[in-house]
Design a protein around this ligand. Sequence first.
Ligand SMILES: *Cc1c(COP(=O)(O)O)cnc(C)c1O
Length: 340
Amino acid sequence: MTEEIDWASLPFGYVPTDYNVRCTFRDGKWGEIEVTTSDTINIHMAATALHYGQELFEGAKAFRGKDGKIRMFRIEENARRAYDSAEGILMEPVPEELFIKMCTMAVKLNERFIPPYGSGASLYIRPFELGISPRVGVSPATEYMFVVLVTPVGPYFKGGFQNTKICIMREFDRVAPRGTGRFKVGGNYAASLRAGKMAHDGGYSAVLFLDPKEKKYLDECGPANFYAIKDGKYITPASESILPSITNMSLQQLARDMGLDVECRHITVDELDTIDEAAACGTAAVCSPIGQIDDLDTGKKYIISKDGKPGPVTTALYNKLNAIRLGEEPDVHGWNTIIE
Ligand SMILES: *Cc1c(COP(=O)(O)O)cnc(C)c1O
């Protein structure tokens, strides 16, 4: 029962909710939307999702605002990105209207799991698509299942907004130079797990991956984008192997609104010596400020935060984006979808 949920201490995990919604593509068309209470799916054991990685997913959040209204943040961007991911691995793309409709339904149907305003918690929306046709030879499916599940998640920063330490490691790549890095597909995550575990075992929150071709430029920070603040500019890596983060895109706009220049370009490892702030960004945390970056191969330590506290620009961006998502500040860019 929702009365028993301790919103503030919820982990980023799976809490069962009442319903999820599904739709199947078969015989060349998407069928009826199904609402179900079951949290298991029944698919063929030879489904392409299971053997050949035809799987994509998205991550978004819904919030209970200051005015009591429910808001989804930039869900149409998730719909667009899922469409690109589907095309990237030859899956049937989910039409954007269907994607948004099903996310809206999943949120509404589970309204009692939307954490109250002020709790710091939110309702995480996880849409995903699977190739379900049986195949033994390598080829794309002709049938697909699209599912939207939602689950309440607690605040990312349980001990307050604080710095983390990350590391650079050249032993592993998350993705290939012209591979699937810019698509949100499960295979990329499988490829990052070993590096991530080594980082965690070493006391780091994530790996700052270098570009997989030259190992010269910064790429992604674990499952998040990376940005830095340098001389009053917001700089973030530009590369074909980076997943286009909606949070990063939003922070760039907010940085411009604050009068900062934004540069999307290569950032060399050496340049870390010259930056004022750094952070990882994504839906889960918004910004996760980085205090220190250790290069495990050279032994060099980049101390980004001199006083051990998150920098002023990152703090301002973090507060601004959260305020917009919660309806505390005007949504001048039209990022929220209000669910009536
Ligand atoms: C989802 C994801 C991000 C963050 O994207 P947001 O849209 O901001 O949540 C960054 N990098 C990778 C690899 C991702 O899968």
